[in-house]
Design a protein around this ligand. Structure first.
Ligand code: ZN
Length: 401
């Protein structure tokens, strides 16, 4: 029997492992698919679920059998969900331990629909949770042996969204699931999960796609989701199709321009230039905008570091501003990326002390959350950075003399 994963982009190793487990009839009762956001957990979980539901004679899922068609319309009784939902409890209790009221059922159905329609764009709000009320209702339901021909599947897209009580209530059933029950679980943050839960699952890790597979994935995702292919944004998605989609849909092109303005101001020897810069733009607009920019700047740094790791020998021979840009353009070209990005990444070469700058960006992330005016936090931190860079420069000069 052949297995296909029509929603999943790339991830050949994971497909291969799953195909083997499926064809050898040793599919795990609790599978945890984990990796950074956007690598394809949510697409893969749906593909596996449909494979397990399909009863086509050839490759599965066939897409044409009764079960495939019902699956695609979320009309199968044997497919259950533990979906993080945003609960607005009246008495301030986050987890009243009850099942879902009708508003939450509506929210659940909406989220399932969004997941099926666009698995790479599917996300849950930070404050959405799976509560013990939901897990208890599920366990009660699984306790009845149903006279279904099909295995029962429990889809859990965000394992980290289970609160502690909900997680603990699942331990027993995960340890000894009924013979016809399969838990298909996803996580973007495995480190946050209880070890007792982790030990009960078979783990399947997803990795960033290599450049060739990533480019193919973006082309097919762009066609499916109706978004453009923006070459300048490709490196910043770090091999994650979902991250690419998010960048394109969430102002990535503007963030790139803003990142350049930020770096140019930060590289100026006069700290007042940077202070002026923070008086406008995202830092003046508020915390959320500032955090978005800081995240993107860290992406720029990671791309720069990756280029250095790959082509660092050339970089050492080309120190200094103008050459730094040329080196960056060459390195980008060698990697198959858009060489015009050198204008955006080159300024990282102009910074007096890149490691200190990166430390400063990371600290800024925490610091801006504590201030009502993010620019105050940023200017404070960058004054520190300037002082550090100056000290380092003086030290180098002394060492040379
Ligand atoms: Zn089928």
């Amino acid at each position: 029997m052949n297995f296909e994963f029509p929603r999943t982009l790339g991830q050949e190793d994971a497909r291969e492992r799953l195909s083997q487990a499926l064809s050898q009839g040793r599919f795990p009762h609790a599978l945890l698919v984990h990796g950074e956001a956007g690598l394809g957990q949510h697409a893969l979980l749906l593909d596996i679920a449909q494979i397990l539901c399909c009863d086509g004679a050839g490759a599965r899922p066939c897409g044409g059998c009764h079960f495939c068609r019902a699956f695609e319309n979320n009309a199968l009784d044997n497919v259950l969900y533990l979906m993080p939902l945003v609960k607005k409890s009246k008495d301030g209790d986050d987890d009243p331990g009850e099942g879902l009221d009708s508003a939450l059922v509506d929210e659940l159905l909406e989220k399932i629909q969004a997941w099926y329609a666009n698995p790479y764009g599917f996300r849950c709000e930070d404050k959405a949770l799976v509560t013990v009320g939901q897990t208890r209702a599920l366990i009660a339901r699984l306790g009845y042996a149903e006279s279904l021909r099909k295995a029962r599947l429990v889809l859990v897209p965000y394992f980290e969204a289970l609160n502690v009580n909900a997680a603990n209530s699942l331990l027993k059933i995960l340890e000894e699931p009924p013979a016809d029950v399969y838990f298909l679980i996803g996580s973007e943050n495995r480190a946050a999960l209880l070890p007792t839960l982790l030990s009960r699952c078979l783990h399947l890790g997803l990795s960033p796609l290599d450049p060739r597979a990533f480019r193919a994935a973006v082309d097919s995702l762009a066609a499916r989701a109706g978004v453009p292919v923006v070459p300048a944004l490709l490196p910043f998605a770090e091999g994650s199709p979902g991250t690419y989609l998010e960048l394109v849909q969430d102002g990535g092109a503007e963030l790139l321009e803003e990142g350049l303005r930020f770096l140019s101001a930060a590289a100026s020897p006069d700290w007042r230039v940077f202070a002026d810069y923070t008086g406008q733009g995202p830092a003046a607009a508020g915390m959320e905008e500032t955090l978005k920019l800081l995240h993107f700047l860290l992406r720029m740094v990671r791309v720069h570091e990756a280029l250095r790791a790959l082509h660092g020998a050339d970089a050492a021979a080309l120190r200094g501003s103008a050459d730094g840009y040329r080196w960056t353009a060459q390195a980008l070209e060698k990697e198959g990326w858009d060489a015009s990005l050198a204008a955006y990444l080159g300024p990282l070469e102009d910074l007096a002390d890149l490691p200190a700058f990166v430390a400063c960006l990371e600290a800024a992330h925490t610091a801006v959350k504590g201030y009502s005016k993010p620019q105050v936090a940023l200017v404070g931190l960058f004054l520190e950075y300037e002082a550090k860079a100056r000290r380092a420069k003086a030290q180098t000069a002394r060492a040379a003399a």
